[in-house]
Structures are given as structure tokens and as C-alpha cells.
Design a protein around this ligand. Structure first.
Ligand code: FES
Ligand code: FES
Length: 220
């Protein structure tokens, strides 16, 4: 949609500077979906209740429907799409699949972003801290237990790979050589079985990987 406005903003979205005119009342969510084409960022309620629009904004997870696009001028935003190569995010995605925490998938991008932010700040959260970490994100399908199980699984992998002082002490997950270099989640937790749709032991159907990728990216 072409916007006629004198107000122009530039926001770095997943590492790319996007400049576009906005209306004064446009939200960051509007900008991300309509101008930056970051359609992995979902609009559930548009009023701060559901968390489907969660992105990392200047290093913190926020609900993008609650921030004006004009406020975000000059800021850095990352959506799930921008974290697809991030080892911690990959670990979470695999754990979500393994635990059955992806059902309809609509909440999944926001839930993954909230979970990622939680584990960035606290690699070894208690169950209660996990609940608090995703308390701003609603899921109508899973009943939350599977999501909490998935976060636990990803956190357990972190502590297995970085037992002495956690992954922050090791210089961060990425600085530690990355999870691929370390053998990754697949080797550590046997996820490879579930990740390979051609494998007859796969617990999902032959379209599992394609469907999973679609859902984990938010499905367009
Ligand atoms: S769309 Fe932003 S919290 Fe629901
Ligand atoms: S998986 Fe459907 S809303 Fe969470």
C-alpha cells in the first residue's frame, strides 16, 4: 500500500535498512509487515495482548504493535526470519518441534522470539521464570505445557554444551563456535531422526520438514 506522508523513517530490519514513508499513527508492526515485508511478524490482536508481533528491538523483545513506527526511526529490529541461522533459535525451533509445541503455528514466531529473548538473558530459567518469560504470549492450541517443555529442552542443551558458567561465560553461543560446530542439537539430542522427513523413524509425515519450516517462519 502506497503511503502519502511527509514522515519518513529508516529502520534496520534483520540487518537491512528499510526507508519508507509512514503515517504518524502507524505502528512498528504495520511498518514491518507492510513496508519491510517481514510477514513472519504476525498481527493477532493489534493491541498488546497476544504477543504474536514480538520482535527484538534494540536488543529487547517487545510487542511491535505497541511501538510507533516513527519512534523506531534509526532503530535495529530483528524478527524470526533474521534469526534463522542463530544457533540458539535453531535449538529452540528443534525443541518446539520435538515437544509438539507447534500446532496451528500462529503464535509460534512470537513465542520463539519471547523464548529466545528469555534464554539470552537467563540460560537456565526455572519453570516459573519460563512462565513469566512467555506470559505476554498467548497460545490457543498447546495449553503451554509443551512450550515450556520445549524451552526446558533448549535450555538443557545450552547447559550441556556450556556447563561451566553457561553460554554467556563462554562468550555467547555464537562465539563458542556455534551450535553447528559443536555437533549441534541434532547430535546432542538425537533430533536428526525427527528432522529428516525421509527417515522412516521420523515421527512426522513426509512433508514434516517443509511444513515445519513454513510454520516456524510463520507461514506467510
Ligand atoms: S498483535 Fe501485538 S500483542 Fe497482539
Ligand atoms: S500453536 Fe496455535 S496458537 Fe499456539
Amino acid at each position: 500500500m502506497e503511503i502519502q506522508s511527509d514522515l519518513k523513517v529508516t529502520i534496520r530490519v534483520n540487518g537491512v535498512a528499510v526507508s519508507a514513508p509512514v503515517q504518524a499513527a502507524d505502528s512498528l508492526l504495520d511498518f514491518l509487515r507492510n513496508q519491510a515485508r517481514a510477514t513472519d511478524v504476525k498481527c493477532g490482536c493489534n493491541q498488546g495482548d497476544c504477543g504474536t508481533c514480538t520482535v527484538v528491538y534494540d536488543g529487547k523483545a517487545i510487542k511491535s504493535c505497541l511501538v510507533l513506527a516513527a519512534q523506531a526511526d534509526g532503530k535495529e529490529v530483528r524478527s524470526l526470519k533474521g534469526l534463522m541461522d542463530d544457533p540458539l533459535m535453531q535449538s529452540l525451533q528443534n525443541a518446539f518441534l520435538e515437544c509438539g509445541a507447534v500446532q496451528c503455528g500462529f503464535c509460534t514466531p512470537g513465542m520463539l522470539m519471547a523464548s529466545w529473548s528469555l534464554l539470552q538473558d537467563n540460560p537456565n530459567p526455572t519453570r516459573e521464570e519460563m512462565r513469566q518469560g512467555i506470559s505476554g504470549n498467548l497460545c490457543r492450541c498447546t495449553g503451554y505445557k509443551k512450550i515450556l517443555d520445549a524451552i526446558s529442552m533448549a535450555a538443557a542443551l545450552l547447559s550441556t554444551e556450556h556447563p561451566a558458567g553457561g553460554y554467556r561465560a563462554a562468550g555467547g553461543y555464537r562465539a563458542a563456535g556455534g551450535y553447528r560446530a559443536a555437533g549441534g542439537y541434532q547430535a546432542a539430542a538425537g533430533y536428526q531422526v525427527a528432522a529428516n522427513p525421509a527417515d522412516p523413524r521420523d515421527r512426522l509425515d513426509g512433508q514434516a520438514q517443509a511444513k515445519a519450516n513454513y510454520l516456524l517462519l510463520g507461514g506467510g
